[in-house]
Design a protein around this ligand. Structure first.
Ligand code: FBP
Length: 693
């Protein structure tokens, strides 16, 4: 019997249908691998050359001028047809090269296509050229760990998400020793040029490497990667040169598909508020894009909250001849009130459910928390420097850390240091819940960035929301509106006259959604109200229909929290990102072949139709500014935040009341799944399309 079973399992496993449906490679993967992204037209010409465009102006940072002297004077460069160039120049263009490529930072959909574009173009001009992929991010460059990228390796990953081909890492190349190690690897491999595919910090690294490698003739090109969408380049005159990094569109679409599914579920089950935190370490671009994609009921944009002013409080203070400085900027308490307002308004319209989108980096825009983050950054960095030890290893438990802060506040630790942590800070910090304290103390990444993804922002905010909603419920302000038609039919079924009862118990008896009066806060007070209005006598019980209506108006606040980040970051790229990233790889090659270094490959007019796309090189050194990192001011590429004057933000502001849908029908939008084919206008970020108007 047993052997019969085994035999049948074997034949089941060998059945062609079983092998087909359980294969690692499915139809979608096969289709993706064979899809050919479009190439910008100029790349169909044989040779290109670079045309400097000094008319595009940037304010240069003095520190950058000092430390990056060989690349600071780079201009914007347009890649133009070079068929008229000399024979020698053509020969140099198509010369045999060894190129290195490295991923740096978090994965972003499209990374493999950058490598594919670079590889295809390099081989097109010279089949003897070689491409080396450094493994595990910058560590591979420092430790000389690499693979040679071959045709079959590239073919396996064409149009596929992730960075799995060569992996990635977040190591920062920030010392002379590390620069030397990178140079040694490149020299030993005979590398002519290095392509760094990374975010703001990694492109900063690329600029420093370009400067260091300049005298050795090794070129370094950066590629703008990050799902966060915060690498955007504008000139001093407001000309957009790089509207978005690759990966942003896919991540936003992947998050939006999930969020949209939640709007459908919420609108069906009508009992949950879904709180969706979406990635974006600092800037809220992803949240804004998801808001457009899904029309969720409330989307918080950190940049707007930072500029919040409480006009009522300012007026009040003014009447007393005072200035209320605390009225500027958003506090967590304010924020929870704002969210409650949305919930209460929707409930009044009969909808005790909905979807809220919160940006991962929200806390960086909340005044009181930002102050803590900055202070803690400095304290940890100072401790590491003074003691030459890691703060987190010295104080592994939260209680040890809190004890150290207490001593710091009392001036008993690290005497002589600027008293950055005072008794008030210590007092406020100790009032925070411990999971939040731990979140704020989480180890900074190698670039000194605060790791917002590790902190349960949604929990801290929603705990405050729940608390305040309880108060509002007790005050009779948080109630679910009853649809008039439902009320009427329930009353008529019980032979009660709807209008007489409506006037007695509802505060808005003429509305389509009837809201129980604030004074009716329990069944006891409801009974008294009916007696006072002579609808029942002292001895009569409450009519069942009335009890049932009252119960329907009593809200329960139930939430489900979700974090969308790593999932969307690992998604296979959209059609837009497939094309965009493939062309970035091609552009990197053309910049290298034309002798550029310290430039970032980019596409101008990305917000327009594909035939308007223009390949360019952007001088990285000119994008630098000084920023506090690890308690010190450091040169980094400036992050682009959501611009409150942009078309996208203005349109969002104008439409959000409709999407909140307190008194109108829900306006949810279904973006559908991530696609890699198709040519419709849908195939690019909505925020980009709006900003191009
Ligand atoms: P990059 O800036 O490197 O592209 O990474 C962005 C990001 O995905 C953020 O959205 C997120 O806060 C962070 O990485 C998460 O970092 P980690 O991968 O270290 O958890």
């Amino acid at each position: 019997m047993e052997s019969l079973k085994l035999k049948s399992l074997e034949s089941l496993l060998n059945h062609p249908k079983t092998t087909h449906v359980t294969a690692d490679v499915n139809t979608e993967t096969i289709e993706r691998r064979s899809f050919s992204p479009k190439k910008i037209k100029i790349f169909s010409t044989r040779y290109t050359c670079l045309k400097d465009a000094p008319e595009f102006r940037f304010t240069v940072n003095h520190e950058a001028q000092k430390v990056l002297p060989d690349i600071i004077n780079n201009n914007i460069q347009f890649i133009v047809p070079g068929d008229g160039t000399s024979e020698a120049a053509r020969k140099a263009f198509a010369g045999r090269r060894n190129i290195g490529v490295v991923f740096s930072g978090g994965p972003a959909p499209g990374g493999h296509n950058v490598i594919a574009g670079l590889f295809d173009e390099m081989k097109k001009y010279n089949p003897d050229s070689r491409l080396f992929g450094f493994l595990f991010g910058p560590d591979g460059l420092l430790e000389s760990k690499y693979v040679e990228i071959t045709n079959s390796l590239v073919d396996t990953y064409r149009n596929m998400g992730g960075f799995s081909m060569i992996k990635t890492g977040r190591t920062k190349i920030d010392s002379r020793q590390k620069m030397e190690a990178a140079l040694k690897t490149c020299t030993e491999l005979g590398i002519d040029a290095l392509v760094v595919i990374g975010g703001d910090d990694s492109n900063t690294n690329a600029a420093f490497l370009a400067q260091y490698f300049k005298s050795r003739g090794i070129k370094v090109i950066g590629v703008p990667k990050t799902i966060d969408g915060d690498i955007q380049v504008k000139t001093d005159d407001g000309e957009v040169l790089c509207a978005i990094s690759f990966g942003f569109h896919t991540a936003a679409r992947a998050f939006s598909q999930n969020i949209s599914n939640l709007t459908t579920d919420a609108g069906s089950d009508i009992k949950y508020w879904h709180i969706c935190k979406v990635m974006g370490r600092v800037a809220s671009h992803l949240t804004l894009e998801c808001a457009f994609q899904t029309h969720a009921n409330l989307s918080l944009i950190g940049e707007e909250l930072a500029d919040y002013t409480d006009l009522k409080r300012i007026e009040k203070a003014k009447e007393k001849g005072q200035i209320d400085y605390t009225a500027y900027g958003m506090t967590l308490r304010h924020l929870s009130r704002l969210i409650c307002d949305t919930i209460v308004r929707r409930a009044a319209g009969g909808k005790n459910y909905g979807v809220i989108i919160i940006p991962e980096g929200l806390l960086d825009f909340i005044n009181e928390i930002q102050v803590f983050i900055i202070k803690l950054n400095k304290i940890i960095a100072d401790y590491n420097y003074i003691h030459d030890k890691n703060f987190h290893s010295s104080f592994p438990a939260l209680t040890d850390k809190l004890e150290y802060f207490k001593r710091l506040a009392r001036g008993m630790a690290d005497k002589g240091q600027f008293p950055i942590w005072n008794l008030r800070d210590d007092d406020l910090f100790s009032q925070l819940p411990s999971f939040f304290q731990e979140g704020l103390l989480v180890e900074r990444d190698t670039h000194g960035n605060f790791q917002f993804s590790q902190i349960k922002t949604e929990k801290i905010i929603m705990d405050m929301v729940k608390e305040y909603l309880n108060t509002l419920r007790e005050q009779g302000k948080y109630k679910i509106g009853i649809e008039r038609s439902l009320f009427k039919s329930m009353m008529e079924d019980s032979n009660l006259i709807p209008d007489r009862y409506a006037k007695a118990i509802f505060k808005n008896p003429d509305d389509s959604h009837l809201l129980i009066k604030e004074s009716v806060i329990s069944l006891k007070t409801l009974r008294q109200t009916l007696i006072q209005n002579e609808l029942i006598t002292q001895d009569e019980p409450l009519p069942e229909a009335i009890v049932s209506i009252y119960k329907k108006s009593e809200p329960k606040f139930k939430t489900q929290t979700h974090f969308y980040g790593y999932d969307g970051r690992g998604s296979d790229p959209t059609h837009f990102d497939c094309n965009y990233s493939y062309n970035l790889g091609i552009i990197s090659f053309h910049l290298i072949a034309n002798g550029a270094t310290g430039q970032m490959a980019a596409v101008r007019n990305l917000e327009k139709k594909f035939d308007k796309w223009e390949p360019i090189g952007i001088p990285i050194a000119r994008l630098m500014h000084l920023e506090e990192r690890n308690g010190k001011m450091q040169l980094v590429i400036e992050k682009a935040l959501v611009d409150e004057n942009s078309n996208a933000f203005r349109v969002f502001k104008a439409l959000r009341e409709e999407w909140l849908a307190a008194s109108n029908q829900d306006r949810y939008r279904r973006p559908g799944p991530v696609r890699f084919t198709g040519d419709s206008e849908e195939d690019r970020p909505i925020t980009l399309m709006l900003n191009s108007i």
